[in-house]
Write a protein that binds this ligand. Structure first.
Ligand SMILES: Cc1cc2nc3c(=O)[nH]c(=O)nc-3n(C[C@H](O)[C@H](O)[C@H](O)COP(=O)(O)O)c2cc1C
Length: 178
């Protein structure tokens, strides 16, 4: 065996979460968008997604107050934009303008869809019991959109410290998981 110690600060890089997404909110007539990679599915249907939104983020207040958001899923074509969005705050800038994103009116929530993303999930906060402790919101997806013109979009996955993996080869196995 040739195991060596791995610093605990590296663990999250191994348990790589789903794709880096954009989370939009709208509060006091102002839309905002942030990058988010700390999220996970917790229920199949209705879809429930646990999302960690730091209390330091401008989006945190909007999400807590309005209890609504959109989880927009970008393809690798938007990777540099996504990182730019994640490196600044809506406190200082209108990020939709700054990054030339198209806000599209959602059907069920006040937060906008992102026109450039290949999928958009309208969500409502379903559980806030872990917000105070972990900044963790459980979001119920109430409406989902997909852009059929974006064929085979490749998602981006955060590996930490500026490193990303791009969704790659697809293999099919007889998995019992839906
Ligand atoms: C790749 C990437 C992933 C990120 N993931 C998260 C996350 O899961 N949760 C979080 O609170 N912030 C995350 N951030 C940081 C926020 O996107 C960043 O603080 C953002 O600028 C907050 O914007 P706001 O102040 O306008 O809400 C991430 C940033 C990047 C670049």
């Amino acid at each position: 065996m040739s195991m060596r110690n791995l610093p605990l600060s590296e663990v999250y890089r191994l348990l790589e979460p789903g794709p880096v997404v954009l989370l939009t909110t709208a509060h006091r007539n102002r839309a905002n968008v942030m990058a988010m990679s700390w999220h996970m599915m917790v229920e199949f249907t209705p879809p429930l997604v646990a999302c960690v939104v730091s209390a330091a983020d401008h989006s945190f207040v909007a999400l807590r107050r309005t209890r609504e958001c959109v989880i927009a899923i970008p393809s690798v074509d938007l990777a540099a934009t996504v990182v730019g969005i994640g490196n600044c705050s809506g406190r200082q800038a209108d990020k939709f303008k700054k990054f030339d994103l198209t806000p599209v009116q959602a059907e069920q929530v006040g937060a906008p869809l992102v026109g450039e993303c290949f999928a958009n999930l309208e969500g409502r906060v379903a559980d806030t019991r872990l917000v105070n402790r972990y900044n963790l919101f459980v979001i119920e997806v109430v409406k989902a959109w997909i852009d059929p013109t974006q064929r085979n979009p490749k998602t981006i996955h955060h590996r930490g410290y500026g490193e990303f993996a791009v969704d790659g080869e697809i293999i099919k196995l007889a998995s019992g998981m839906p």
